[in-house]
Design a protein around this ligand. Structure first.
Ligand SMILES: NC(=O)c1ccc[n+]([C@@H]2O[C@H](COP(=O)([O-])OP(=O)(O)OC[C@H]3O[C@@H](n4cnc5c(N)ncnc54)[C@H](OP(=O)(O)O)[C@@H]3O)[C@@H](O)[C@H]2O)c1
Length: 316
């Protein structure tokens, strides 16, 4: 890494400071929205295969990438795989497991670790989730409730975040978690990612799901990670979730924005009085205290669909 910096002509002390991002979809936006546009921070990002151009080209095309983006090969299931990427970093943004970084963290100059958790680790406490309920960062999903519901994603996020907090307390490590609800927003990748795929698949579909969601824009989620790293007072957990919105409202917006798109007209479940997901709210107070201004759902939807169209990922 040092050699890369010298090649790029960065020899002062500040230029040696780096942050690690693993290569998840959200963290791509972190790369895009701040560290590379600030003049001093270097970013070590991990990919499973640095030679897979489909997965790296869009990263290498980012402004400043030539000088300040360094790609490292890393595989979660291989012990020590992330060590070289973390070396020399002052901040670590990690979207999966903290434990894999454990050996490095013990002996490093890392000032803070930012973990991407999920609202999944917040909402399933066993308390009722009615329309007038406001969930916040004091809530922590109960693994027993997740197991009863056979919701293995929620269970895994809950156990992973619990393990991360235990680890950070034992090692006295400064850690913050970002807990987003479902994320949408414009893509950097040339291919579909997990959370935007359902939107792409709606075009041409016959029905849509009768559900309420609290969508979070990927740029807000990315900013939350950055602000939580930069603000010395940031601590604990930060939920990032939009206002509860029923799928019929989302479709109304989409139809108004794109009257030519072949969007489904009816719910897969017609029973409107019992939405599949309860319409509880999530407090935005803590994350707004970091300086996050929420992108409107309309802008988020428009930017998502526009980016899907621009990448030919939508059949119009
Ligand atoms: N998307 C959401 O709506 C949402 C909401 C809340 C929280 N989150 C959390 O945010 C994190 C990222 O989610 P995402 O939606 O961005 O996921 P994603 O689209 O599935 O991306 C996962 C990324 O992880 C990489 N990866 C997968 N297995 C790996 C392994 N064994 N070793 C190294 N890298 C590996 C993948 O690399 P390849 O490209 O090589 O496969 C890919 O870049 C997760 O922790 C998720 O729980 C997501």
């Amino acid at each position: 890494m040092q050699k890369q910096m010298e090649r790029a002509g960065h020899k002062d002390e500040r230029s040696r400071e780096s942050g690690l991002c693993d290569r998840s979809i959200e963290l791509h936006r972190i790369l895009a929205c701040k560290p590379l546009t600030s003049t001093w921070l270097h970013v070590n990002a991990t990919v499973r295969d640095p030679y897979d151009r489909k997965k790296t080209e869009h990263l290498l095309a980012l402004d400043g990438a030539n000088e300040r983006l360094h790609l490292f090969k890393a595989e979660l299931l291989e012990e020590g795989s992330f060590d070289s990427a973390v070396e020399g970093c002052i901040g670590v943004f990690h979207t999966f497991l903290l434990v894999i970084l454990a050996p490095r963290i013990r002996s490093s100059i890392i000032k803070r670790v930012i973990i991407t958790s999920s609202l999944a680790a917040v909402m399933l406490t066993g308390k009722p989730l009615a329309d007038d309920v406001v969930a916040d960062e004091t809530w922590f999903s109960d693994p027993v409730v997740c197991e009863k519901l056979k919701d293995w994603y929620m269970l895994s996020k809950t156990l992973a975040e619990r393990a991360a907090w235990k680890f950070s307390e034992e090692k006295v490590m400064d850690m913050v978690t970002i807990n987003p609800d479902t994320v949408l927003g414009p893509l950097l990748l040339p291919t579909l990612n997990t959370s935007v795929e359902p939107i792409a698949k709606l075009v041409g579909a016959e029905t849509f799901r009768n559900a309420t969601c609290r969508l979070a824009d990927v740029r807000d989620v990315a900013n939350a990670h950055i602000f939580a790293f930069e603000n010395p007072l940031a601590c604990g957990r930060y939920c990032v979730a939009g206002k509860p919105t029923h799928s019929c409202e989302i479709f109304k917006m989409l139809r108004e924005l794109y009257p030519h798109l072949n969007l489904p007209q009816k719910y897969s479940d017609e029973n409107l009085s019992m939405p599949a997901f309860p319409a509880f709210q999530v407090s935005q107070e803590r994350v707004k205290s970091l300086g996050i201004k929420f992108t409107s759902l309309e802008v988020s939807l428009k930017d998502t669909v526009d980016s899907l169209m621009a990448k030919n990922l939508l059949s119009v």
